[in-house]
Design a protein around this ligand. Structure first.
Ligand SMILES: [Zn+2]
Length: 310
Protein backbone atom coordinates (compact mmCIF):
# COMPACT_ATOMS: atom_id res chain seq x y z
CA UNK A 1 0.00 0.00 0.00
CA UNK A 2 1.42 3.38 -0.87
CA UNK A 3 1.44 6.16 1.69
CA UNK A 4 -0.06 9.36 0.35
CA UNK A 5 0.89 12.97 0.97
CA UNK A 6 -1.48 15.01 3.08
CA UNK A 7 -2.65 18.54 3.73
CA UNK A 8 -5.34 20.13 5.88
CA UNK A 9 -8.99 19.76 4.90
CA UNK A 10 -9.52 23.51 5.23
CA UNK A 11 -7.92 26.63 6.67
CA UNK A 12 -7.82 27.28 10.40
CA UNK A 13 -6.51 30.27 12.37
CA UNK A 14 -4.90 30.56 15.78
CA UNK A 15 -4.58 33.88 17.58
CA UNK A 16 -1.94 34.65 20.13
CA UNK A 17 1.12 36.52 21.21
CA UNK A 18 4.72 36.14 20.10
CA UNK A 19 7.12 35.25 22.92
CA UNK A 20 10.02 37.48 21.93
CA UNK A 21 8.32 40.46 20.31
CA UNK A 22 5.15 40.45 22.39
CA UNK A 23 3.20 41.21 19.21
CA UNK A 24 -0.36 39.91 19.06
CA UNK A 25 -1.52 38.36 15.82
CA UNK A 26 -3.03 35.51 13.87
CA UNK A 27 -1.49 32.47 12.24
CA UNK A 28 -3.48 30.57 9.63
CA UNK A 29 -2.79 27.03 8.43
CA UNK A 30 -3.96 26.76 4.80
CA UNK A 31 -4.30 23.63 2.66
CA UNK A 32 -1.71 23.25 -0.11
CA UNK A 33 -1.31 20.93 -3.13
CA UNK A 34 0.95 17.87 -3.36
CA UNK A 35 4.72 18.52 -3.45
CA UNK A 36 4.20 22.07 -2.10
CA UNK A 37 5.92 21.38 1.21
CA UNK A 38 5.61 23.74 4.17
CA UNK A 39 5.88 27.47 3.45
CA UNK A 40 5.39 30.59 5.56
CA UNK A 41 4.05 33.94 4.40
CA UNK A 42 4.01 37.27 6.26
CA UNK A 43 0.66 38.81 5.36
CA UNK A 44 1.52 42.05 7.20
CA UNK A 45 4.28 42.87 4.69
CA UNK A 46 3.36 43.94 1.16
CA UNK A 47 4.72 41.59 -1.52
CA UNK A 48 6.45 39.53 1.13
CA UNK A 49 8.07 36.42 -0.33
CA UNK A 50 7.05 32.90 0.56
CA UNK A 51 9.65 31.43 2.89
CA UNK A 52 10.09 27.69 2.43
CA UNK A 53 10.47 25.92 5.77
CA UNK A 54 13.85 24.53 4.75
CA UNK A 55 17.08 24.38 6.68
CA UNK A 56 18.86 26.58 4.12
CA UNK A 57 16.48 29.42 5.02
CA UNK A 58 17.39 29.31 8.73
CA UNK A 59 18.86 32.71 9.64
CA UNK A 60 19.03 32.46 13.42
CA UNK A 61 18.82 29.81 16.15
CA UNK A 62 19.08 32.12 19.14
CA UNK A 63 16.31 31.01 21.55
CA UNK A 64 14.20 29.57 18.74
CA UNK A 65 14.47 28.74 15.06
CA UNK A 66 14.00 31.67 12.70
CA UNK A 67 13.70 31.42 8.92
CA UNK A 68 13.97 34.30 6.50
CA UNK A 69 14.37 35.54 2.96
CA UNK A 70 15.54 39.03 2.08
CA UNK A 71 14.25 41.31 4.81
CA UNK A 72 11.35 39.05 5.71
CA UNK A 73 11.56 36.62 8.59
CA UNK A 74 9.44 34.45 10.83
CA UNK A 75 10.68 33.62 14.34
CA UNK A 76 10.06 30.64 16.60
CA UNK A 77 8.65 28.24 14.00
CA UNK A 78 9.89 25.04 15.65
CA UNK A 79 6.78 24.07 17.61
CA UNK A 80 4.56 24.62 14.56
CA UNK A 81 6.94 22.49 12.47
CA UNK A 82 6.87 19.76 15.14
CA UNK A 83 3.05 19.76 15.10
CA UNK A 84 3.01 19.43 11.31
CA UNK A 85 5.50 16.54 11.37
CA UNK A 86 3.79 14.96 14.36
CA UNK A 87 0.44 15.01 12.57
CA UNK A 88 2.06 13.85 9.29
CA UNK A 89 1.13 16.96 7.30
CA UNK A 90 3.29 17.18 4.16
CA UNK A 91 1.91 20.34 2.59
CA UNK A 92 0.66 23.60 4.08
CA UNK A 93 0.87 27.35 3.60
CA UNK A 94 1.17 29.12 6.94
CA UNK A 95 0.21 32.77 6.93
CA UNK A 96 1.18 34.94 9.84
CA UNK A 97 0.59 38.68 10.33
CA UNK A 98 3.51 39.34 12.68
CA UNK A 99 7.21 38.58 13.05
CA UNK A 100 6.74 35.30 14.89
CA UNK A 101 4.14 32.60 15.39
CA UNK A 102 1.97 32.64 18.52
CA UNK A 103 3.78 30.95 21.42
CA UNK A 104 0.50 29.81 23.08
CA UNK A 105 1.52 27.68 26.11
CA UNK A 106 5.07 27.02 24.84
CA UNK A 107 4.17 23.57 23.48
CA UNK A 108 2.77 22.18 20.20
CA UNK A 109 -0.60 21.26 21.70
CA UNK A 110 -2.68 24.11 20.24
CA UNK A 111 -1.30 23.57 16.74
CA UNK A 112 -2.04 19.84 16.91
CA UNK A 113 -5.58 20.56 18.11
CA UNK A 114 -6.14 23.02 15.24
CA UNK A 115 -5.00 20.45 12.68
CA UNK A 116 -7.28 17.84 14.24
CA UNK A 117 -10.20 20.24 14.27
CA UNK A 118 -10.19 20.75 10.49
CA UNK A 119 -9.01 17.24 9.66
CA UNK A 120 -6.37 15.83 7.34
CA UNK A 121 -6.86 15.42 3.58
CA UNK A 122 -5.02 12.73 1.60
CA UNK A 123 -3.65 13.92 -1.73
CA UNK A 124 -3.18 12.02 -4.95
CA UNK A 125 0.59 11.75 -4.63
CA UNK A 126 2.95 9.39 -2.88
CA UNK A 127 4.72 10.56 0.29
CA UNK A 128 8.48 10.71 -0.07
CA UNK A 129 10.77 10.09 2.87
CA UNK A 130 14.38 10.92 3.45
CA UNK A 131 15.74 7.47 4.21
CA UNK A 132 18.98 7.24 6.17
CA UNK A 133 21.22 4.61 4.60
CA UNK A 134 24.26 4.85 6.88
CA UNK A 135 24.96 6.27 10.34
CA UNK A 136 25.71 10.01 10.52
CA UNK A 137 27.06 11.79 13.56
CA UNK A 138 27.81 15.32 14.66
CA UNK A 139 29.60 16.57 17.75
CA UNK A 140 29.96 20.01 19.35
CA UNK A 141 32.60 19.25 22.02
CA UNK A 142 32.45 22.62 23.82
CA UNK A 143 28.75 22.06 24.50
CA UNK A 144 29.10 18.31 25.09
CA UNK A 145 26.49 17.91 22.35
CA UNK A 146 26.23 14.89 20.07
CA UNK A 147 23.52 14.03 17.59
CA UNK A 148 23.50 10.89 15.49
CA UNK A 149 21.10 9.08 13.22
CA UNK A 150 21.05 5.40 12.25
CA UNK A 151 19.06 3.60 9.58
CA UNK A 152 15.60 2.51 10.73
CA UNK A 153 12.27 1.63 9.13
CA UNK A 154 10.63 4.35 11.26
CA UNK A 155 11.36 7.78 12.64
CA UNK A 156 12.28 7.52 16.31
CA UNK A 157 14.16 9.81 18.70
CA UNK A 158 16.05 9.42 21.99
CA UNK A 159 16.98 12.63 23.79
CA UNK A 160 19.23 13.17 26.79
CA UNK A 161 19.56 16.56 28.46
CA UNK A 162 21.78 17.58 31.35
CA UNK A 163 21.90 21.13 32.66
CA UNK A 164 24.26 20.10 35.46
CA UNK A 165 21.95 21.79 37.90
CA UNK A 166 20.47 20.53 41.16
CA UNK A 167 16.97 21.25 39.84
CA UNK A 168 17.54 19.98 36.30
CA UNK A 169 20.17 17.26 35.93
CA UNK A 170 20.30 14.38 33.50
CA UNK A 171 16.93 13.49 32.05
CA UNK A 172 15.90 11.50 28.98
CA UNK A 173 12.89 11.07 26.72
CA UNK A 174 12.02 8.69 23.90
CA UNK A 175 9.66 8.69 20.95
CA UNK A 176 9.42 5.23 19.41
CA UNK A 177 7.04 6.12 16.64
CA UNK A 178 5.56 9.36 15.35
CA UNK A 179 2.08 8.04 16.26
CA UNK A 180 3.05 8.71 19.92
CA UNK A 181 3.70 12.39 19.26
CA UNK A 182 0.26 13.81 20.02
CA UNK A 183 -0.14 12.25 23.47
CA UNK A 184 3.46 12.00 24.68
CA UNK A 185 5.31 14.99 23.20
CA UNK A 186 2.96 17.68 21.85
CA UNK A 187 1.77 19.00 25.27
CA UNK A 188 5.32 19.42 26.62
CA UNK A 189 6.18 23.05 27.26
CA UNK A 190 9.37 24.95 26.91
CA UNK A 191 11.41 25.77 30.02
CA UNK A 192 13.78 28.42 31.26
CA UNK A 193 15.99 29.02 34.30
CA UNK A 194 15.01 31.94 36.51
CA UNK A 195 18.36 33.71 36.00
CA UNK A 196 17.89 33.45 32.21
CA UNK A 197 14.34 34.72 32.48
CA UNK A 198 15.47 37.76 34.46
CA UNK A 199 18.24 38.44 31.94
CA UNK A 200 15.78 38.15 29.04
CA UNK A 201 13.28 40.44 30.73
CA UNK A 202 15.88 43.07 31.64
CA UNK A 203 17.22 43.10 28.10
CA UNK A 204 13.75 43.19 26.58
CA UNK A 205 14.33 39.89 24.80
CA UNK A 206 10.99 38.42 25.82
CA UNK A 207 7.79 40.35 26.00
CA UNK A 208 5.25 37.64 25.30
CA UNK A 209 2.12 37.62 27.33
CA UNK A 210 1.71 36.69 30.93
CA UNK A 211 4.79 34.44 31.01
CA UNK A 212 2.68 31.40 31.80
CA UNK A 213 4.11 29.71 28.73
CA UNK A 214 7.28 28.31 30.24
CA UNK A 215 8.36 26.02 33.06
CA UNK A 216 10.68 28.08 35.26
CA UNK A 217 13.51 26.30 37.08
CA UNK A 218 14.94 28.06 40.13
CA UNK A 219 18.36 26.90 41.29
CA UNK A 220 19.10 29.40 44.00
CA UNK A 221 17.38 31.04 46.95
CA UNK A 222 15.23 33.95 45.83
CA UNK A 223 14.59 36.90 48.21
CA UNK A 224 10.95 37.68 48.99
CA UNK A 225 10.94 41.04 47.20
CA UNK A 226 12.10 39.30 44.03
CA UNK A 227 9.32 36.73 44.47
CA UNK A 228 6.83 39.60 44.73
CA UNK A 229 8.23 41.14 41.56
CA UNK A 230 7.85 37.76 39.83
CA UNK A 231 4.29 37.41 41.08
CA UNK A 232 3.48 40.72 39.36
CA UNK A 233 5.11 39.54 36.16
CA UNK A 234 3.16 36.30 36.24
CA UNK A 235 0.02 38.16 37.13
CA UNK A 236 -0.45 35.97 40.22
CA UNK A 237 -1.13 37.14 43.82
CA UNK A 238 1.86 35.08 45.01
CA UNK A 239 4.42 32.74 43.54
CA UNK A 240 6.66 30.25 45.31
CA UNK A 241 9.23 27.67 44.40
CA UNK A 242 7.99 24.09 44.66
CA UNK A 243 10.02 21.29 46.25
CA UNK A 244 11.27 20.21 42.81
CA UNK A 245 12.77 23.66 42.16
CA UNK A 246 10.00 24.76 39.80
CA UNK A 247 8.14 28.03 40.11
CA UNK A 248 4.48 27.35 40.84
CA UNK A 249 3.16 29.35 37.89
CA UNK A 250 2.28 25.91 36.50
CA UNK A 251 2.66 22.20 37.30
CA UNK A 252 4.44 19.60 35.19
CA UNK A 253 2.53 17.24 32.90
CA UNK A 254 5.38 14.70 32.99
CA UNK A 255 8.40 14.39 35.32
CA UNK A 256 10.64 14.54 32.25
CA UNK A 257 8.69 17.29 30.49
CA UNK A 258 11.89 19.30 29.76
CA UNK A 259 13.53 16.35 27.97
CA UNK A 260 10.29 15.71 26.09
CA UNK A 261 10.20 19.36 25.03
CA UNK A 262 13.76 19.14 23.70
CA UNK A 263 12.61 16.09 21.74
CA UNK A 264 9.71 18.17 20.37
CA UNK A 265 12.21 20.81 19.21
CA UNK A 266 14.30 18.15 17.43
CA UNK A 267 11.23 16.89 15.56
CA UNK A 268 10.39 20.44 14.45
CA UNK A 269 13.94 21.38 13.47
CA UNK A 270 14.58 18.15 11.54
CA UNK A 271 11.37 18.69 9.57
CA UNK A 272 13.25 21.60 7.97
CA UNK A 273 14.67 18.90 5.70
CA UNK A 274 11.44 19.39 3.74
CA UNK A 275 10.41 15.74 3.91
CA UNK A 276 9.81 13.32 6.76
CA UNK A 277 12.80 11.29 7.88
CA UNK A 278 13.20 7.56 8.40
CA UNK A 279 15.95 6.87 10.91
CA UNK A 280 16.66 6.60 14.61
CA UNK A 281 17.98 9.84 16.14
CA UNK A 282 19.96 9.94 19.38
CA UNK A 283 20.59 13.46 20.67
CA UNK A 284 22.57 14.39 23.77
CA UNK A 285 22.27 18.00 24.92
CA UNK A 286 20.54 19.17 21.74
CA UNK A 287 19.55 22.74 20.92
CA UNK A 288 18.28 24.67 17.90
CA UNK A 289 21.78 25.40 16.62
CA UNK A 290 22.86 21.74 16.86
CA UNK A 291 19.55 20.45 15.47
CA UNK A 292 19.62 22.67 12.40
CA UNK A 293 23.34 22.01 11.79
CA UNK A 294 22.54 18.30 11.94
CA UNK A 295 19.69 18.80 9.46
CA UNK A 296 22.22 20.48 7.12
CA UNK A 297 24.57 17.53 7.53
CA UNK A 298 21.79 15.11 6.53
CA UNK A 299 20.77 17.39 3.66
CA UNK A 300 24.33 17.54 2.30
CA UNK A 301 24.79 13.79 2.71
CA UNK A 302 21.61 13.05 0.73
CA UNK A 303 22.53 15.52 -2.03
CA UNK A 304 26.03 14.09 -2.31
CA UNK A 305 24.45 10.67 -2.86
CA UNK A 306 22.17 12.03 -5.55
CA UNK A 307 25.18 13.60 -7.32
CA UNK A 308 27.32 10.45 -7.24
CA UNK A 309 24.40 8.39 -8.52
CA UNK A 310 23.88 10.65 -11.54
ZN1 LIG B 1 10.94 24.59 21.97
Amino acid sequence: MIERQTTLKKAISIKGQGLHTGQKGTMTFNPAPADYGIKFKRTDIKDSPLIEALVNNVISTNRGTCIGKGNTKVHTIEHVMAALRGMSIDNALIEVDMEEVPIKDGSARYFVEAIEEVGIEELDAEREYIVIDEPLRMEIPEKKTTIEIRPSKRFSVDTIIDFESRVLGEQSATLEDISEFKAEIAPCRTFVFLHELEFLLKNDLIKGGDLNNAIVFVNRKVPQEEMDYLADLFDKPRVKVNGNGILNNLSLYFDNEPARHKLLDIIGDLYLLGKPLKGHVTATRPGHHANTEFAKLIFNHINQKVKTND
